[in-house]
Write a protein that binds this ligand. Sequence first.
Ligand code: DGY
Length: 320
Amino acid sequence: MKPKIFITRKIPKRIVTQIEEVCEVEMWEEEDTPIPREVLEKKVEDIEGLFCLLTESIDEELLNKAKKLKIVSNMAVGYNNIDVGAAKERGITVTNTPGVLTETTADLTFALLMATSRRIVEASDYLRDGKWETWSPMQLTGQDVYGATLGIIGMGRIGQSVAKRAKGFDMNILYYNQSRKTEIEDRLGVRYVEMDQLLQESDFVVIMTPYTPETENLIAKRELAFMKESAILINTARGGIVDEEALYHALKNNEIWAAGLDVFETEPISQENPLLTLPNVVTVPHIGSASIKTRLKMAELAAENLINGVTDKKPAHVVV
Ligand code: DGY
């Protein structure tokens, strides 16, 4: 008998077919609507494998209902949506999809850096709103990227790929990481500094660290106060790493210059969120890994992890 698995969102047919060769598959068929919690609670009772997204909270309460579950395969590199401790206690493997989204996420990070520094969205709106009446010397002037100082908080795969892009712009690159990575310093031409120094010296602060209890609100009022008035904050990691209220005040009061945000404390972001009222904020809806090729690779990798997990083979990317 094939092991039963459940997929929490519609994924491409080709990948479903691949899973079906080994498993009995059921899938939430909606593309843009997350599975209701009560439906997921029912589905997990009877399955051995769960293919899920970062939109599902795989918490202790849910895992308690999943008596036969062997594996939770998350189609994301981040796994803060999963209570990995509770999964481990129950002998449930958790997997993620690192590696395949590194360059795509680094591209988006750099795109936000360019868009905020050169006020691309604001300038586009200015033109479309019919405000462009003449060319003038200081109109819509921004900050230079070329030759500026970039501070990367979290020097994992994506941080390193952002550093490679920054080299092409002759940027001076600082980084802070929980543990210093001397082996990459010469290769990438990056310099390790303590976090406060990074915040004080950087023209761009890029957050690339995982979201954990230790990194929650890592960037709050105190840290924002260290940043230059001309500095730009970019977050493509997780919203909870930045205290959004403190960020709003820093931006509103011109204590920092701009922010580029792909991720938010609560997603989807409420239309009432005051950050959306600020012209010096560029926001996109958590699209860091959203290229066609990369999203397909993530789904394929999550499928492979899942198949290995339900057939008692070791998946390639085990978190716990
Ligand atoms: C991840 O993988 O963690 C991203 O946030 C979504 O691609």
